[in-house]
Design a protein around this ligand. Structure first.
Ligand code: GLN
Length: 243
């Protein structure tokens, strides 16, 4: 029996799981098991309490506009706990709709505006400027490659979103777009890093295609829960997979 256990929260995993975002847990779990770390999975959905103290890693996946607006209503009751978790350096992977909902607001494809929970400073519009024309509604879809500005690692994924996200204060991009659209198709940013929150438009899922990122979040989660152990070297020794 392992002495080390990480507890996962899957935020709204029954509603927000576009293109198998759950696969991020499978990849995370794969590397955890390789170094003898146990994992526990908890679905945290509508009407459930998100206990900020109870979790070592959280995933908030993508969804369609309809599901996103249902989740937005429920998030009003979880906002304080999610904020505590983030501000206490809780590791969180937020994909697409999940990423959008952590910011201030989202303009949906039909023009309606849904409030996010403003625990991060980005916002999402449904239009963009192309030369001098304001365009609405086109989806940003296709394969995407970005480069992380700290590690210079390349990440590969698939994006399919209508929302255009613009980063705010204290937020930096997960990477610079090499090919594809990214957060808004204009400023070459893709995703976000804020404290230990990693947001992205990448499906794929991002951790299965980019094992180096899965390992990075795993090290972050382990160092936070079990400091003083060289988790980094243990994971370095495990081959990085692309599933
Ligand atoms: N509904 C949102 C959009 O299209 C998010 C899509 C997603 O999560 N894949 O912008």
């Amino acid at each position: 029996m392992s002495t080390y256990t990480l507890s996962f929260a899957h935020l709204y995993g029954d509603l927000m799981n576009t293109y198998g975002d759950y696969g991020n847990f499978i990849a995370f779990n794969y590397y955890a098991k390789k170094i003898g770390v146990q994992t526990e999975y908890h679905l945290v959905s509508l009407d459930d309490k998100f206990d900020a103290e109870a979790f070592d890693f959280a995933l908030f996946g993508g969804g369609q506009d309809y599901e996103e607006s249902i989740v937005a209503e429920d998030l009003k009751y979880k906002v304080d706990d999610i904020k505590d978790y983030i501000e206490n350096n809780g590791p969180l992977l937020a994909i697409c709709g999940g990423f959008q909902l952590l910011g201030h607001y989202i303009e949906m494809a039909d023009g309606s505006k849904v409030d996010g929970i403003s625990v991060m400073d980005h916002y999402t519009t449904n239009m963009y400027q192309d030369n001098l024309t304001v365009l609405k509604g086109q989806r940003l879809t296709g394969n995407i490659v970005i480069k992380n500005n700290d590690t210079h690692e390349e990440y590969h994924g698939f994006e399919n979103h209508q929302g255009r996200t613009f980063l705010g204060k204290d937020e930096r991009a997960l990477g610079t777009v090499i090919s594809g659209n990214g957060n808004n198709g204009m400023d070459k940013t893709e995703g976000v890093i804020y404290k230990n929150v990693y947001g992205s438009y990448f499906h794929g899922p991002i951790f299965t295609r980019n094992g180096n990122l899965a390992k990075r979040l795993l090290v972050t989660s382990l160092e936070r829960k079990y400091p003083g152990i060289d988790w980094h070297s243990q994971l370095e020794a495990i081959e990085t997979e692309s599933f």
